[in-house]
Design a protein around this ligand. Structure first.
Ligand SMILES: Nc1ncnc2c1ncn2[C@@H]1O[C@H](COP(=O)(O)OP(=O)(O)OP(=O)(O)O)[C@@H](O)[C@H]1O
Ligand SMILES: [Mg+2]
Length: 265
C-alpha cells in the first residue's frame, strides 16, 4: 500500500487587521438652535494615522470631536472607537482610549492647581502614587511646565492654561489623541515643540485646527469638514495644495506664503 500522502498544510490565515482607531458612520447631529451641524459624517481613521480636521469656523469640528469620547452621543449614525460603539455603557472604556483636549482650556481644568489637574486622570485610573507622580512629571515636561506644579490654574495666562489642558490628557497616555485647537495661544517655541511631540507620538491623532500650517506640520492626512460632511479626506500634501478645494471650504491659507516671501524680499 502506498503511504498516504501528507495532507497539504492549511494556508496560513492572514492575521486579522486591527480595527480602525476611529470609525464615524453617517453621523448626524443638531443643536436645538442650530440644525444639521453634522449631516452625515463618514470618516475612518486607521491606527497610527495623524489626521488634521480642517473646516471654516462653525463647520462642526469641535462638535465632531466631542462625539469621539462620548460627550455628545450619536443620535443618528454611529461612532466606533477601536471597534466599540461609543455609548453610555462603553464610556469608561472609550475615555481611557481617547484623550480629548477641549477647545477651551477652562472646560478642562477644574482643580485649584496645575498638579492636581494633571494628576486627576492617572489617579482616577487607580494608579499608584509613584506612577501618578511619574506621569505628572512627564506630562509637565512635555508641555514645558516644569515648576508650575503648585501654580493656581486661574492665575495662569490663556496659553499656559492651554498647555496645562494638554498635559492633563498626556498624563493619561491615551492611544488616541483628539485635540481641539491645540496650537491656539501657544508661542512659537511651544508650537514647534508640540508639532515635534505629535510627530513622534506612536498612537493615533485627530487634530482640529485653524492653525493650518502647524496642523500640516504634524499630520499625514487631512479631512475637510464642510456643510456638515467630510468634503475631502486624504493625503495632506494633495489636499493642502488643492487651492480650488480650499477656496470652496473657506480654508485657503496660501496668502501666508506671500507674507513670508514679503519678509524675505
Ligand atoms: N452648545 C451649542 N448650542 C447651540 N449651537 C451650538 C453649540 N455649540 C456649537 N453650536 C453651533 O454649532 C456649529 C458648529 O460649532 P463647532 O463649535 O462644532 O464649530 P467649529 O468647526 O469647531 O468652529 P471653530 O473653528 O470656530 O472652533 C456652529 O454654528 C455653532 O454656533
Ligand atoms: Mg471648534
Amino acid at each position: 500500500m502506498l503511504p498516504a500522502s501528507p495532507l497539504p498544510a492549511d494556508p496560513p490565515s492572514p492575521a486579522p487587521a486591527p480595527p480602525a482607531a476611529i470609525v464615524v458612520q453617517g453621523l448626524h447631529f443638531a443643536y436645538p438652535s442650530c440644525e444639521d451641524v453634522l449631516a452625515g459624517v463618514d470618516l475612518r481613521i486607521p491606527q497610527g494615522r495623524k489626521v488634521a480636521l480642517l473646516g471654516a469656523s462653525g463647520a462642526g469640528k469641535s462638535t465632531l470631536l466631542l462625539h469621539l469620547n462620548g460627550i455628545h452621543l450619536a443620535r443618528k449614525g454611529q461612532v466606533l472607537v477601536e471597534g466599540k460603539p461609543v455609548r453610555k455603557e462603553t464610556l469608561r472604556e472609550v475615555r481611557a482610549r481617547v484623550g480629548l483636549v477641549f477647545q477651551d482650556p477652562d472646560d478642562q481644568l477644574f482643580h485649584l492647581t496645575v498638579e492636581e489637574d494633571v494628576a486627576f486622570g492617572p489617579r482616577n485610573f487607580g494608579l499608584s502614587e509613584a506612577e501618578v507622580r511619574r506621569r505628572v512629571h512627564e506630562a509637565l515636561e512635555r508641555t514645558h511646565l516644569n515648576g508650575f506644579e503648585h501654580r493656581v490654574n486661574q492665575h495662569l495666562s490663556y496659553g499656559e492654561r492651554r498647555r496645562v489642558s494638554i498635559a492633563t490628557v498626556l498624563s493619561m497616555r491615551p492611544g488616541i489623541l483628539a485635540l481641539d485647537e491645540p496650537f491656539a495661544n501657544l508661542d512659537p517655541v511651544m508650537v514647534k515643540a508640540l508639532i515635534a511631540y505629535l510627530r513622534r507620538f506612536e498612537g493615533t491623532v485627530i487634530l482640529a485646527s485653524q492653525d493650518i500650517l502647524p496642523a500640516l506640520g504634524c499630520c499625514d492626512s487631512v479631512a475637510i469638514l464642510h456643510q456638515g460632511k467630510v468634503a475631502a479626506y486624504g493625503d495632506a500634501k494633495e489636499i493642502a495644495t488643492d487651492r480650488d478645494l480650499l477656496r470652496r471650504a473657506e480654508l485657503d491659507f496660501w496668502y501666508l506664503r506671500e507674507i513670508l516671501d514679503g519678509l524675505e524680499s
